[in-house]
Design a protein around this ligand. Structure first.
Ligand code: NDP
Length: 447
């Protein structure tokens, strides 16, 4: 970073956010990638756009007490960051995972501001969560936790204020419990959550949206840059949650063979292509570990530890697990193994160094904030349907998603090319997301 204004913004942000590594990494990647744009736009400094952008409008931290099935009381910590509302109400998921802390919530919220702008919908950015671990909890423990979480969060959200959704550890079941508690507390059915059940305002294709959107975006990138497609490609997907599962489904539909998938304990390899129906029952219905796939499909192999998956030979890698799963060492192995495309279903699964390594080595790279924005896009469609008291068909919703994901890739390609390197999708995505937010922040005044 050479631009003095950007350097000053980063240094101030660093001193205010000591030790918040994930957040600072996200800010640094963004500031570095918009440097050429910032050089041409002195108004950013005049209106202190970047100083305001890296500081959330509001960060709420709260106590979440709940009682387990044996009558023991537990206390977790809940968060909601309302990062930026320049272009619309705050919007972003709720993560339930023991690793959740302020740094992770702030990085996710910051990314969400840019991602939501990339969708083209009028949505601001937010994110929430708790260090509660849903693994191994009973149905009623999960329900009590979600209800306690909402006794605080309900006062901060609303369909025109802030609209949460799912994320790691928060699927349809948890969204149902949270929305149910919210509705009871505010006495209003206003659709202040997305990813809701189909019986109470949810959108068809929301479950599939992030994974499907990732594949639509990636297919367009493969066609545009390499004149190829998913057909007959060997694909590795990390994770086996919501995003990973539906990326598997769509990639297989397009003729790819997904040879390996993982969870945080290990990974399975199935040279015949991982079977979607089998994995869906294991993960969505039974909520079991991926190891179970090997029991169900004896010709497949299971390996302990999730890191070995990057050493497999394949054409395309879709990281759909969690942040920073790919460091520079893993990136070097991935490139050496001949992977031609890395496209991110997860949020920032590649470290800054790994992402740069992919771009520098002309590996097609789909940055998460663009490649996985299909989820929030269909959440936006859910908000439209709720406010119109409408119900779109699956096909209509899916077609709109596909159309938009392809347009988004085209816009990123255009911007990256204009700035001299069509492979630098990091720059393309950041500028695409940032420009609209920046202009809104200038026109709305310094507030
Ligand atoms: P889920 O909780 O449904 O699944 C997460 C998956 O990742 C699980 O299989 C989990 O395994 C696995 N995982 C976690 N840590 C690791 C690790 N270190 N190594 C290997 N696997 C790991 O979450 P989602 O699918 O909803 O989210 C996945 C990612 O996608 C996150 O980064 C999320 O922020 C992002 N995302 C999600 C969207 C959505 O609509 N759901 C939208 C946009 C982005 P285990 O069960 O062992 O923990």
């Amino acid at each position: 970073m050479k631009n003095e204004y950007l350097l000053k913004v980063y240094q101030e942000c660093e001193s205010r956010n000591y030790g918040k590594v994930e957040f600072l990494d996200a800010v640094k990647e963004f500031l570095e990638s918009i440097e050429l744009y910032a050089d041409k736009h002195p108004e950013l400094k005049k209106y202190a756009v970047l100083e305001r952008l890296v500081e959330p409008e509001r960060l709420i931290e709260f106590r979440v007490p709940w009682v387990d099935d044996n009558g023991n009381v537990h206390v977790n910590r809940g968060y909601r960051v309302q990062f930026n509302s320049a272009i619309g109400p705050y919007k972003g998921g709720i993560r339930l995972h023991p690793s959740v802390n302020q740094s992770i919530i702030k990085f996710l919220g910051f990314e969400q501001v840019l991602k939501n702008s990339i969708t083209g919908l009028p949505l601001g950015g937010g994110k929430g969560g708790s260090d509660f671990d849903p693994k191994g909890k009973s149905e009623f423990e999960i329900m009590r936790f979600c209800q306690s979480f909402m006794t605080e969060l309900y006062r901060h959200i609303g369909s025109m204020v802030d609209v949460p959704a799912g994320d790691i550890g928060t699927g349809a079941r948890e969204v149902g419990y949270m929305y149910g508690a919210y509705k009871k507390l505010v006495n209003s059915f206003d659709g202040a959550f997305t990813g809701k059940g189909l019986e109470f305002g949810g959108s068809l294709a929301r479950t599939e949206a992030t994974g499907f959107g990732l594949i639509y975006f990636t297919e367009k990138m493969l066609k545009t840059q390499l004149n190829t497609s998913f057909k007959d490609k060997r694909v590795i997907i990390t994770g086996s949650g919501n995003v990973a599962l539906y990326a598997l489904k769509k990639a297989a539909e397009l003729g790819a063979k997904v040879i390996a998938m993982s969870d945080s304990n290990g990974y399975v390899v199935d040279e015949n292509g991982i079977n979607f129906d089998t994995l869906k029952v294991i993960k969505e219905v039974k909520r079991e570990r991926i190891k179970e796939y090997q029991t169900q499909v004896p010709t497949s192999k299971y390996f302990e530890g999730s890191k070995g998956i990057y050493s497999l030979k394949a054409d395309i890698l879709l990281p759909c697990a969690t942040q920073n799963e790919i460091d520079l060492d893993a990136a070097k192995i991935i490139v050496k193994n001949g992977i031609c495309c890395v496209s991110e279903g997860a949020n920032r699964p590649s470290s800054n160094e790994a992402a740069k390594y992919f771009v520098d080595n002309k590996v097609l790279y789909g940055p998460g904030k663009a490649a996985n924005c299909g989820g929030v896009m269909v959440s936006g469609f859910e908000m439209i349907q709720n406010s119109e008291r409408e119900k779109w068909t699956f096909e209509y919703t899916d077609n709109r998603l596909k159309e938009r994901m392809e347009e988004i890739y085209d816009s990123i390609y255009k911007i990256s090319s204009e700035y001299g390197n069509s492979y630098n999708t990091i720059l393309g995505a950041d500028i695409l997301g940032f420009e609209k937010v920046a202009n809104a922040m200038i026109k709305e005044g310094i507030i």
